[in-house]
Design a binder for this molecule. Structure first.
Ligand SMILES: Nc1ncnc2c1ncn2[C@@H]1O[C@H](COP(=O)(O)OP(=O)(O)OP(=O)(O)O)[C@@H](O)[C@H]1O
Ligand SMILES: [Mg+2]
Length: 283
């Protein structure tokens, strides 16, 4: 199977006309610790942006443990694995949830198919770059942890959102991600989002700990995107396979996600307008 994918990569090298001419609109949700809320936040943010009139492509890059299809309650007919196997064109993967929200599904539980390697991830980004100008935002649901695969995703994104919870283990793991990003010169394109906050005090203390650690050890101030409260309606939305911001737009978490989406719009504008950002975020 990989042999086929490698042949596709060779073909792509012959295609010199690829790549996005301009837009810098790829936002990845990543984390140190697993289970911090990347998937639920990327799906809800993508939906919120689409309802604000933006055209959004949501891509599930959580290799082999993808579950955006479950959250959206749809059968993923075509997945990234089908493309890498040479069975489908990249354009065949696009599922139109509605006119403003398109989705590319990952693969789940396919034990026969190996985890995409760095060169395959790069190849996926070449494909994304060919269509990203058709969208206002490309939202990527990434994987937890720090390895070369994750790094490839983060390096190819214009803005990285590191999702942590307030638990000390998650905060520590988020710090490890910051260290990893700093080492790879992409810390400045990253922002922290604190999810599942019980109250202002645990959110503030997680934020303060990360701030102090990054100033002290990384000599760079880390930037925060905001916080999202712990809300059992989030769990219920997953159990019911609903999109929270769609089914319950007046819920407090939905409102936080809508305000997060508005911030992302501004941030992406800054990224696109700033000449220095273009240098900092070069792929
Ligand atoms: N704000 C929240 N309030 C309450 N529960 C939440 C919140 N955000 C996420 N959760 C719960 O946390 C769990 C993990 O969420 P999710 O699958 O989005 O995390 P993840 O970071 O994508 O996990 P993985 O690392 O396995 O991909 C789910 O059960 C979800 O309901
Ligand atoms: Mg996930």
């Amino acid at each position: 199977m990989i042999g086929q994918a490698e042949r596709i990569i060779e073909l792509s090298k012959l295609n010199t006309g690829s790549g996005s001419a301009g837009k810098r609109n790829i936002i990845s949700f990543t984390s140190g610790k697993g289970g911090t809320g990347k998937t639920v936040l990327s799906v809800n943010t993508a939906y919120a942006l689409s309802k604000q009139g933006k055209k959004v492509l949501l891509v599930d890059l959580d290799s082999n443990l993808s579950n955006i299809n479950i959250l959206l309650n749809v059968y993923a007919e075509n997945t990234i694995a089908n493309f890498l196997e040479g069975k489908k064109l990249f354009s065949d993967l696009i599922y139109e949830h509605d006119s403003n929200l398109h989705v590319i599904f990952g693969d789940s539980g396919n034990t026969e198919y190996p985890k995409p390697r760095i060169d395959l991830i790069k190849f996926i980004f070449v494909q994304i770059s060919k269509i990203q100008n058709d969208y206002d935002f490309v939202i990527i649901d990434s994987t937890a942890g720090i390895d070369e695969d994750v790094l490839t995703i983060l390096k190819n994104s214009d803005l990285n959102i590191i999702v942590t919870t307030t638990e000390p283990t998650a905060v520590m793991d988020a710090y490890v991600v910051l260290k990893f990003l700093k080492k790879n010169n992409i810390l400045s394109s990253s922002k922290i989002l604190v999810n599942k906050c019980f109250d202002n005090s645990d959110a503030d203390s997680a934020e303060e700990n990360l701030k102090q650690a990054s100033i002290h050890f990384l000599k760079q101030e880390v930037s925060f995107l905001g916080k999202v409260g712990f809300d059992t309606d989030v769990n219920k939305s997953i159990i019911n396979q609903n999109i929270l911001v769609k089914e319950n737009p007046d819920n407090k978490t939905s409102k936080q996600i809508y305000s997060l989406s508005a911030q992302l719009e501004k941030l992406i504008q800054v990224v696109n307008n700033s000449q220095s950002a273009k240098v900092t975020f070069s792929k």
